[in-house]
Write a protein that binds this ligand. Structure first.
Ligand SMILES: [Ca+2]
Length: 519
């Protein structure tokens, strides 16, 4: 072979090798699923029709359940906004990731799943509510609301630059997300965190939905008039609907200023962000309500039940916008051919009370705020169905990493949900979950507590400036009003749960709580 032919052969071999290599890369990237992790703020599972059809309909969130899986026992580790976000980013409990309550600043130098995905070649983005105070890390692109964010004409911080944007927050977060998806580097798999502000207090609906549910009367929860007998921590909270600020929570902003409340100034700052058309639509919808409120002068239970209806109307109107916008994302995935190999996750940073125990807000280890909705679809991989295993938001990070083919760091405390969503037999799956809430003293005066939940039982210890235990048999007392702690006949199960609780505290290295004793 002469030199010329040899060079030609080398060139052909190189060309072939490069093409094969590129194809290999392309195949590898095509095989790795994209991830769209949608999270709302304070969305109760009771307000998703896949979980409960009695309050509202969420046809687009239901599409995720219909095409994938719905987790019926999905929980958080600490039912409060920012700490929950830190848990889901790190796969670690609050005492390990350091973010125990809403007053802290997230340490963005620690390992998070977006950083690991980014290092593995994923294109990463965080759009919407962040709430961790420090700037996002591990994202190629971020565009976040400052702090809690605003519903109308909100400010956004795009890669460090703040500006005000005209529109309704849930629509805008989706607009920015679809724009990012459209303009992304299409050679790479992507991971998008699409995190809504809604339906967080003060529940301001979009103008399109201000009249929705006007003719609906929502049923009162069975424990609406809970008296908290035998439950001292539940009795001493300040998140009862009788604590609603009439202006902020019930939207009774009268022009005369006769209706006052501790959050009137805050609510004025929210409504003053509206443009004239938005404000006109708002006043048209709420003025009759304000007139009624002033004229009727409701008292006692009549006021409470009217407040409950008002609260649910606005809360569920906010969710109607969330659901519409999830539909936009799902439609985009279908139209762009991405649906088959994109994991779509829907969850909330925690659950919420919709009048159960007479409450709004979250924090407690009782079911409505301890649980959080969780639905996933990934047609290329996920089997359809219901999953009733005990899962927690520490499990999200390892799940995303495993699906992306990225090694799960040994110190992540959650477990990948991949075996569950693939429909594998998992007899060794965890039989109990651990919870620890810290924000006391704090808003709504919910005392510090930790506890364990199994399939059937829940044992909670309220501590700090109180020392009380609670025990529930969830098969007989779904309303959690009958504290069985100290009741004759429950000694053995209490001791067994206590031992399991100490084991979990040891396993998860929660040393602040490990030295506990039954009393
Ligand atoms: Ca929240």
């Amino acid at each position: 072979m002469n030199t010329k032919n040899l060079l030609l052969l080398v060139a052909v071999v190189l060309l072939f090798a490069t093409t094969a290599c590129n194809q290999g890369k392309k195949q590898k990237n095509e095989a790795r699923p994209n991830i769209i992790y949608i999270m709302t703020d304070d969305h109760a599972y009771q307000a998703i029709s896949s979980y409960n059809g009695t309050l509202n309909q969420t046809p687009n969130i239901d599409r995720i359940a219909d095409e994938g899986v719905i987790f019926t026992r999905s929980f958080v580790t600490n039912s409060i906004c920012a700490p929950s976000r830190a848990v889901m980013l790190t796969g670690k409990f609050s005492h390990i990731n350091g973010h125990r309550d809403n007053t802290q600043v997230f340490d963005g130098s620690q390992v998070t799943f977006p950083k690991l995905l980014q290092a593995a070649g994923y294109q990463t983005a965080m759009i919407g509510k962040w709430h961790l105070e420090s700037d996002p890390t591990g994202f190629d692109y971020w565009n976040i609301l400052p702090g809690q964010g605003d519903y109308y004409n909100p400010d956004f911080i795009e890669m460090g630059n703040k500006s005000r944007v005209e529109g309704y927050v849930t629509n805008l977060i989706t607009d920015f997300s679809l724009k990012w998806l459209e303009n992304r580097n299409k050679e790479k798999p992507f991971c998008l965190l699409l995190h809504h502000k809604a339906p967080h207090r003060c529940w301001m609906p979009d103008t399109a939905y201000l009249d929705m549910y006007n003719d609906v009367k929502f049923p009162l929860p069975a424990n609406f008039y809970d008296t908290y007998e035998g439950r001292e921590a539940a009795a001493s909270q300040k998140m009862h609907m009788k604590n609603f600020c009439p202006v902020n929570d019930l939207k009774m902003l009268d022009k005369e200023g006769e209706i006052q409340g501790p959050l009137r100034k805050f609510f004025e700052s929210q409504i003053n962000r509206m443009n004239p058309a938005q404000r006109a639509a708002w006043d048209k919808a709420y003025q009759p309500e304000i007139d009624y409120y002033k004229k009727a002068n409701l008292q006692g239970n009549a006021l409470l039940e009217w407040s409950y209806q008002r609260y649910l109307e606005d809360y569920l109107r906010c969710i109607a916008s969330v659901d519409d916008n999830i539909g936009r994302v799902l439609d985009y995935l279908e139209e762009s051919g991405l649906a088959e190999n994109t994991l779509v996750v829907y969850t909330s940073d925690q659950g919420f009370y919709l009048g159960e125990h007479g409450w709004f807000d979250k924090r407690f280890m009782y079911e409505e705020s301890f649980r959080t909705p969780l639905l996933m679809k990934l047609p290329s991989k996920i089997k359809k169905g219901k999953i009733d295993k005990l899962v927690q938001n520490i499990d999200f990070a390892p799940t995303f990493l495993e699906l992306a083919g990225v090694e799960i760091p040994a110190d992540i405390q959650g477990k990948s949900l991949v075996p569950l969503i693939e429909g594998k037999n998992t007899p060794d799956w965890r039989k109990s979950i651990y919870y620890h809430y810290y924000e006391y003293p704090g808003p709504h005066a919910v005392k510090r507590h930790y506890g364990i939940r199994t399939d059937r039982y829940k044992l909670i210890h309220f501590y700090n400036n109180i020392n009380k235990w609670e025990l529930y048999d969830l098969t007989q007392d779904t309303l959690e009003i009958n504290n069985l702690y100290g009741v004759e006949g429950y000694e053995e199960i209490t001791k067994s749960l206590f031992d399991q609780l100490v084991n979990l505290q040891t396993q998860y290295n929660d040393t602040t709580a490990v030295d506990v004793h039954l009393n």
